[in-house]
Design a protein around this ligand. Structure first.
Ligand code: 1HE
Length: 267
């Protein structure tokens, strides 16, 4: 059961209809991620409010997140460092396995642990001000919040190697072209875009949402033959649902929208 009182001061929850808008609210520190924030994110996404059909992850101020709170990175021995990294993995794993779609709105710095956080969300909307980097290399660190698994999935090992070895910073348009963000919008338009996408995802059949969020990433990483079998099993379950039957009947009866040709939108 979701308990709003359990949120740390660095996180704020707002409600937009059936969409939960969770904001990083530590703009003074550029939304650097301290332990309380990471634990709070994990707890929120483990049990999002029951009314939420989607979650938008936004940020106060000009920057999405400056990554790990370097002020907390005191002398930590290797074992403590291991446990700290695993704590981030658990928290961000809760985002990835959230029962409803999670859409992040990115602006300004999306760096280090901030990029790791963004990559755990399902859809990323980047405003033009967003810039993306993995400054761990420069700080003598290595990624510890899941980047080495999630970033190569999105952009490939070669591009992540470039980011880490050379300190390259990607502008929003480059990042969108690489696949770090699925949407690129003007500054200030990210939240509305994300809310629109959230509303659209909420119209999906629950079994489709489940299949996309939970089966698809596993199928994509399985060996191909096992993946194809999993796909068939998932497809059979979805197709058997009453919702699928209703929707297919509606299409055949001419009562459901056709797939729109994007070229028609401008005419
Ligand atoms: C911080 C942090 C932080 C800002 N930890 N306090 N991440 C980085 O290496 C990125 C470090 N940050 C920056 O490069 C810049 O701060 C920004 C480009 C994000 C923003 O610049 P700017 O000019 O708007 O802000 P600022 O003046 O640098 O920072 C404002 C305050 O936020 C200042 O504190 P103040 O008390 O002096 O006002 C900064 O110290 C503070 N601040 N970023 C702590 N990151 C699981 S492993 C993940 C490993 C990593 O993420 S490594 C990458 C860390």
């Amino acid at each position: 059961m979701f308990d709003p009182a359990a949120l740390p001061p660095s996180l704020r929850l707002d409600r937009a209809g059936q969409v939960a808008v969770l904001s990083l609210s530590r703009a003074r520190k550029r939304n650097a991620l301290d332990d309380a924030t990471v634990l709070g994110l994990g707890a929120f996404f483990a049990a999002p409010p029951g009314w939420a059909r989607a979650v938008v992850l936004a940020a106060d101020g000009d920057h999405f997140s400056a990554g790990l709170d370097l002020g907390e990175l005191r002398e930590r021995d290797a074992v403590a460092g291991l446990h700290h990294s695993r704590m981030w993995h658990r928290a961000f794993g809760q985002i990835e396995s959230c029962p409803v779609p999670v859409i992040s709105v990115l602006k300004g710095a999306v760096v280090g642990g901030g990029l790791e956080l963004a990559c755990a969300t399902h859809l990323r909307v980047a405003e033009r001000s967003a810039f993306f980097a993995l400054p761990e290399g420069e700080r003598g660190l290595f990624t510890g919040g899941g980047a080495s698994v999630r970033v190569p999935r999105l952009i490939g090992v070669a591009r992540m190697t470039d980011l880490m070895l050379t300190g390259r910073v990607l502008a929003a348009a480059e990042a969108e072209r690489y696949g770090l963000a699925q949407y690129l919008v003007d500054d200030g338009a990210g939240l509305d875009t994300a809310l629109g996408l959230a509303a659209r995802t909420a119209e999906n059949s629950p079994v489709t949402t489940y299949a996309v969020l939970h089966a698809l990433p596993r199928i994509a990483q399985a060996d191909p033959e096992a993946g194809l079998l999993l796909e068939s099993l998932m497809a059979a379950v979805a197709q058997d649902s009453g919702e699928a039957k209703r929707r297919m009947r509606a299409f055949l009866d001419g009562a459901a929208p056709k797939v729109a040709d994007p070229r028609e939108a401008g005419r």
